[in-house]
Design a protein around this ligand. Structure first.
Ligand code: TXA
Ligand code: MG
Length: 319
């Protein structure tokens, strides 16, 4: 049985024994281990069934901890950290030796962020090491935004879930790297690009939809439900083409009445992209549990955090 409560001391004891704990963040739940201990980090890859070529983000509890894990930090990186931390922004920086190669999949760059969740920040401040943590889901499945999602994935195989309630942002962090002090966007995420560009100027985008595992920002298909999912700008045509099938329809607009074969779920009650991001994964997990033949997801408005939502919908689709 996996224990779930909000006791930081339990989390601390388990992590200090180099075992795993699921931790809440403002984006998604993370599956955390002592980032400076290779054996502890190995357990993350095994439990997630994650290939070792896919590196992990290191979580710190204060901006001043940045220099413990990275060096040669560009001025613009500091500016970003000051502007957005604690928060959903990950910075790719040159790695110090305290971080073992397994964390970065052999790369000389380490991904670092300071998450914005009171329980996890307090935990990080009490620990004498940073935490390596990918999202707390099996490889290729939907990221968890509630403790019960983590439990359904790993019940019995994980000692403890630190219960910090539902994740407020609901989509993973934005990943930024640097080349000659210029900022590069590797993964869209909860930190809006338009806000980052106020500090960095126009970002160079390296498309993360790459099949090449070494590419930062990872794999093309990801975050996917088991039910086939298609993404479209208008669900009606696809509904007609699939009439007779049991389908789920995921929309940004207000929902229609369900029929025998059509289950509608809206990501937001008031056309809010923030609310849509927060409910995206939980809604996909709900739809995935209904035994449907197909999920038809409609793109949300492609602005602000909507870009990250659309990126995740594309990666969840089987096309
Ligand atoms: O919001 C988030 O970022 C969440 C929470 C738990 O912090 N974490 C998260 O981790 O989304 P994960 O492992 O699901 O996705 C992080 C991605 C990896 O897939 C990897 O491709 C990229 O970040 N990454 C991590 N370290 C990297 C590195 N050293 N170089 C290039 N890419 C890296
Ligand atoms: Mg993930």
């Amino acid at each position: 049985m996996t224990l779930i409560n909000s006791d930081i001391n339990t989390a601390k004891t388990i992590l200090e024994a180099n075992d795993l704990v699921a931790i809440p963040t403002e984006t998604v739940y993370g599956l955390a281990a002592n980032a400076s201990n290779e054996e502890a980090v190995k357990k993350i890859f095994i439990l997630k069934k994650r290939p070792e070529y896919n590196p992990l983000i290191v979580h710190i509890g204060a901006i001043t901890d940045l220099e413990k894990v990275a060096f040669n930090i560009p001025t613009v990186a500091y500016k970003l950290a000051k502007a957005f931390w604690p928060g959903p922004l990950t910075l790719l920086l040159e790695k110090k030796d305290i971080i073992p190669d397994i964390v970065t999949a052999g790369s000389k760059k380490v991904a670092v962020r300071m998450p914005n969740h009171p329980l996890t920040l307090e935990l990080l401040r009490q620990l004498s090491f940073p935490l390596a943590a990918p999202s707390a889901n099996p490889f290729m499945s939907i990221s968890p935004t509630k403790p019960e999602h983590v439990k359904s994935y790993f019940d019995g195989y994980l000692k403890f879930i630190l219960d910090g309630g539902s994740c407020i942002n609901g989509i993973e962090s934005t990943i930024i790297g640097f080349k000659n002090d210029k900022a590069i966007l590797y993964r869209e995420g909860s930190c809006a690009v338009s806000e980052i560009e106020k500090i960095t100027g126009k970002l160079h985008f390296v498309p993360s939809v790459s099949a090449q595992p070494q590419a930062p920002g990872m794999l093309k298909k990801h975050y996917a439900p088991k039910t086939p999912l298609v993404v479209t700008s208008n669900h009606r045509n696809l509904l007609l083409q699939n009439s007779g099938k049991k389908v789920g329809v995921l929309t940004f607009a207000k929902i229609k009445e369900n029929t025998e074969n059509e289950i509608y779920k809206s990501l937001t009650q008031n056309e809010s992209l923030t609310e849509a991001a927060a409910s995206l994964y939980a809604t996909l997990i709900e739809l995935d549990a209904l035994g449907l033949e197909l999920i038809i997801a409609e793109y949300v408005p492609n602005k602000g955090i909507g870009k990250a939502i659309n990126d995740r919908l594309r990666r969840a689709s089987f096309l």
